[in-house]
Design a protein around this ligand. Structure first.
Ligand SMILES: [Zn+2]
Ligand SMILES: [Zn+2]
Length: 144
């Protein structure tokens, strides 16, 4: 199910890094390319496992750090689920997720009706909503 990241996407990433003065290290390029290639929302450990053969010198801590940088810079998103380890998402436009509570499979869901949800009036509680993403949990095809 993996889509090769298009050379355009990697070129756009490189150009954006240059524009912002973010050093495009070998590690950052490799981690971004791996993440952009996947639709399964991998954990940092899974990204590290996937890159271990190609870049044996890259430590787990480096992968964690690079992923955090990609998130800070808006090149990726972190998907949180209470009680679960953070997973990373190369799709940065608004979308939602279907999460299997048995195997943890996390599938993208783009549905205009879901995105049209009315945001709550959180301002009165002193809270500023900056973003949101909705997760529907249940059982995936394989687990049903
Ligand atoms: Zn499942
Ligand atoms: Zn996603």
């Amino acid at each position: 199910m993996s889509l090769r990241p298009s050379p355009d996407r990697l070129a756009a990433f490189a150009a954006e890094c240059r524009r912002r003065g973010v050093a495009l290290t070998v590690q950052r390029r490799a981690v971004y390319a791996e993440l952009a290639d996947r639709r399964d929302h991998p954990t940092a450990d899974q990204v590290h496992d996937a890159l271990r053969e190609r870049l044996p010198g890259m430590s787990r801590a480096t992968v964690y750090r690079v992923l955090e940088t990609l998130v800070e810079q808006g090149f990726a998103r972190k998907v949180h689920h209470p009680g679960a380890v953070a997973r990373f998402d190369p799709m940065t436009t608004r979308h939602h997720h279907l999460v299997c509570d048995r195997c943890g499979r996390l599938v993208d869901l783009e549905d205009g009706a879901v995105s049209a949800v009315r945001l709550p009036e959180a301002g009165r509680r002193g809270f500023e909503i900056r973003d949101y993403s909705i997760s529907f949990t249940g059982l995936c095809r394989d687990c049903r």
